[in-house]
Design a binder for this molecule. Structure first.
Ligand code: C2O
Ligand code: CU
Length: 488
């Protein structure tokens, strides 16, 4: 028996050993960080700001001499940064040149269900989909990515993702770093793995979290550095990885100010030296640099997978050197961070009219797998609710709700940590943990078109860890979900 165990154990070590790659301290930062361009837009006579996005296949040289097959928006990999202000009407013209159906979902955006870009708004190959809405939410770092049911992991990891920045009057007046690409940097973090010239998107046998890569990229740049010329640098962190959970901090343990979360600015900046982010989450941090110095944004080992099969066998080492910051010899002065930042426009739970419970297992939510034709929850327009989400086993999950931003009221009955005290649309739910969330559904009612809630570990989402809710007028019932059809 002992011999068999040893043989099996050895086999596992051999099978999984290549995932145990730690890049900390071993990274040469020899590629200048690419900054996604700001998307061009035209403003029509009625004030609508129009963006053009084409989804297409491409080839990208992430490493010299190696051309990798990719997908991107208006380019080979990732997409331009969209930017709009609160109160503006926006329209996106999405052309699908991929050769297969896809969608574009506006993650974190408060908008009508028909415009959401979820699995019910498929865009046929060759077709153009033109959603439009009015921005009505605070300044924030949002993002966009495809959401075709069962294929989201594949579409995102091939490169379809981009940022969508919102501004508002108050954020425009605040003395925060805001020179895009200079002292205000998008930091889109993805883990990747290569097999020869191509991406290797294979899952490890028995991985219960999905794809885990062995190195990271920022904005599609491997081993990136960024030279900065200001004392204060704002990093808009987006975990655009499909399954990996990061514990970000700096190599020299310096602290930073957390100024914003998924849905916008915090009430006041909070100093910290580590921030944990699961897939889909955003955080805006401000770090202070001294002339001539270097520091590295790093992902530290974390216990997020502690009890999961993934740690034991498939890449539990989450140490990565993510991005090196290099300060110039002389730096422009930056004003001190303002004492007050934003106002949280998320309810505090006190006016919730109803509670709901969501039990998470990789096999489904509340025991059900996603069904395109089934509406799982019906909420009344204009009301606040409290949702209790429990991870019922040890595999890590998170929970994302479309249409709304929420407040995390509790994590296992306790006050949430600082990084969960802002407006959120995605929250990490570690193994055997319960979170309590408060949100208000004040968007337009549409009994026939559902929004999604799901685990944002994309392998899990694709497996069916997703459910659908509709927003209806008081006293009305959910309608009948239209059979999914692609916009042609
Ligand atoms: Cu970022 Cu429903 O997803
Ligand atoms: Cu999950």
């Amino acid at each position: 028996v002992v011999a068999i165990c040893l043989a099996l154990g050895g086999g596992f070590l051999w099978l999984y050993s290549d995932a145990k790659v730690s890049t900390v301290g071993s990274t040469d930062f020899n590629n200048e960080l690419k900054v996604p361009p700001l998307a061009k837009s035209v403003v029509k006579r009625d004030g609508t700001r129009v963006f053009d996005l084409t989804m297409r296949a491409g080839k990208k040289e992430f490493r010299a001499g190696q051309k990798t097959s990719t997908w991107g928006f208006n380019g080979d990999y990732l997409g331009p940064t969209l930017r709009a202000a609160r109160g503006e009407k926006v329209q996106a013209k999405i052309k699908n040149s991929l050769g297969e159906e896809s969608t574009v979902h506006w993650h974190g955006m408060h908008l009508p269900a028909e415009m959401d870009g979820g699995p019910h708004q498929m865009v046929a190959p060759g077709a153009t989909w033109t959603p439009h809405w009015t921005v009505n939410q605070p300044a924030a770092t949002l993002w966009y990515h495809p959401h075709p049911h069962g294929k989201t992991e594949k579409h995102v990891q091939r490169g379809l993702a981009g940022m969508f920045l919102l501004d508002d009057e108050k954020s425009g007046r605040l003395a925060l770093p805001k020179k895009y690409g200079v002292d205000d940097l998008p930091v889109i973090v993805q883990d990747v793995k290569f097999d020869g010239a191509e991406f290797d998107h294979g899952h490890k046998l028995m991985s219960d979290t999905g794809f885990l890569g062995n190195r990271t990229m920022v904005n599609g740049t491997l081993d990136p550095y960024k030279e900065v010329g200001d004392e204060l640098v704002r990093l808009r962190l987006l975990n655009a990885s499909t399954a990996r959970i990061y514990d970000f901090g700096f190599s020299d343990a310096r602290d930073f100010a957390l100024i914003g979360t998924d849905g916008g600015l915090l009430e006041k900046a909070t100093r910290m030296d580590r921030i944990r982010m699961s897939p889909g989450e955003r955080a805006e941090i401000v770090v202070r640099m001294k002339p001539g110095e270097r520091t590295t944004l790093r992902s530290f080992p974390n216990d997020s997978y502690a009890d999961s099969w993934s740690t034991r066998f498939a890449g539990g080492d989450d140490s990565f050197d993510v991005l090196q910051l290099r300060a110039k010899k002389t730096l422009r002065d930056s004003p001190e961070l303002p004492a007050a930042l934003g106002e949280l426009e998320v309810p505090d739970g006190s006016d919730s009219v109803r509670g709901r419970f969501f039990g998470l297992l990789t096999s489904g939510i509340n025991g059900k797998k996603m069904e395109m034709g089934r509406i799982d929850e019906t909420v009344t327009r204009g009301t606040a609710e409290t949702w209790t989400v429990r991870n019922e086993h040890s595999t890590p999950h998170n929970f994302h709700i479309h249409d709304v931003q929420f407040r995390v009221l509790e994590v296992d009955g306790k006050e949430p940590p600082a990084e969960l005290r802002g407006a959120k649309d995605t929250v990490f739910v570690p193994g055997n943990t319960t979170v309590k969330l408060a949100m208000r559904f004040d968007g337009p009612a549409d009994p026939d078109t559902p929004y999604m809630y799901h685990c944002h570990l994309l392998f899990h989402e694709d497996l069916g860890m997703m459910g659908q809710f509709v927003v209806v007028e008081k006293g009305r019932k959910a309608g009948k979900v239209h059979a999914p059809h692609a916009h042609t």
